[in-house]
Design a protein around this ligand. Structure first.
Ligand code: FES
Ligand SMILES: [Fe+2]
Length: 359
């Protein structure tokens, strides 16, 4: 296991009037993140009309062509800057609401109705088009050629597992803060007592993180709370104090596949991906698969997730800086924070976190 840095030189400190100030530091690099897949919405929410979303500070419009596949363009008509998401879909094309210019899936404007010959479109009349994929009930977008494929989570595509989605959880922090929170072992008894942790058993057991390329893997057997009457979502009916076996795969930059078991046949997959809306805003999507409780109403697990993410949001949105400082000297890491240490190192060595450009 990596030895955690023991000294702290906080990137956030108190300013003269007691306000928090953020010093320059190493943060997620929004330019480098363009070459990764990111979730931008649930499939089910992209139905008949175009929809706006933001990714890495860029305004996008999502829509489905007649073949049902998702398409994504810049949400800014080249004519007068109107949001194309205000428009509508006509056959293979997206029509701007202001003057009816028609755009093809590759971003080319193909008709301008104000012209005597609407097809005589100047070459400059086009908007940026991006790649989109649909998988695990989510729409994914990469703004540049993606460096890595989407993670493989066969359980979510196996018809024998029940799959429920929850979220999106929109937080005022960067996606890295949300990812680190999802995988932070020390906080469960404090932030989620009785739901995910047992305050009488706060010690984090030893674990090791292995990093291979852009994927971190680690497993832990840790104490958890007994199933609550309000949220009977876990499969932990074993003897003695409940223990949870968790196997994590953290795929850079912001996707986690967590496989849970309790020593028996029951299995659960938590798939979590955070959308970097902007440098300091994110939205978390959760897709959960289970091979038990197949008939349980989706709302039971959704209300549980809403509660958990609500408890986390208060804490994480108070963190300063709002973005994970990837310099290891910037926060105090102990041994049980080994995931955060390995994550921060991996993001830097993959070139996904960098010093801000001068000026
Ligand atoms: S602003 Fe889109 S057609 Fe004029
Ligand atoms: Fe949490």
């Amino acid at each position: 296991m990596d030895t955690a840095a023991e000294s702290a030189h906080p990137a956030a400190a108190s300013g003269p009037a007691g306000q928090r100030v953020t010093r320059p530091g190493v943060f997620a690099d929004t330019r480098a993140l363009r070459a990764c897949w990111h979730p931008v919405g649930f499939s089910a929410d992209l139905a008949d009309g175009p929809r706006h979303c933001d990714l890495l500070g860029e305004a996008l419009v999502l829509w489905r062509g007649p073949d049902g596949r998702p398409r994504v363009l810049s949400d800014l008509c080249v004519h007068r800057g109107t949001a194309l998401s205000l428009g509508w879909i006509s056959g293979e094309e997206l029509v701007c609401a202001y003057h009816g210019w028609r755009y093809a899936a590759d971003g080319r404007c193909v008709a301008i109705p104000q012209l005597a010959d609407p097809g005589r479109v100047p070459a400059k009349a086009r908007v940026a088009a991006y790649r989109a994929e649909e998988r695990y009930g989510l729409i994914w977008v990469a703004l540049d050629e993606p460096r890595w494929p989407l993670p493989e989570v066969p359980e979510l595509e196996d018809g024998d597992w029940a799959v429920v989605s929850a979220g999106p959880y929109r937080w005022q922090c960067d996606a890295a803060r949300q990812v680190e929170n999802f995988t932070d072992f020390g906080h469960f008894p404090w932030v989620h007592p009785g739901l995910l942790g047992d305050p009488a058993r706060p010690v984090v057991p030893r674990y090791e993180v292995r990093t291979a390329g852009h994927v971190l893997r680690y497993s832990i057997v840790r104490p958890e709370a007994a199933n609550s009457d309000d949220f009977p979502v876990f499969g932990n009916e074993q003897d003695g104090p409940p223990q949870r076996h968790s196997r994590y795969e953290l795929h850079l930059p912001y996707t986690i596949a967590l496989r849970l078991g309790w020593g028996g046949e029951r299995g659960m997959v938590y798939f979590f991906a955070s959308q970097p809306i902007a440098a300091d805003r994110c939205a978390g999507y959760v897709v959960i698969g289970r091979n038990y409780n197949l008939g349980q109403r989706a709302e039971v697990i959704q209300e549980f997730e809403d509660t958990i993410f609500g408890q986390d949001q208060v804490v994480v949105e108070s963190q300063r800086p709002e973005r994970v400082p990837f310099d290891l000297a910037a926060e105090l890491h102990l041994k049980f924070d080994a995931v955060a240490v390995a994550y921060r190192k991996a993001m830097r060595s993959a070139g996904l976190a960098a010093d801000p450009p001068p000026g």
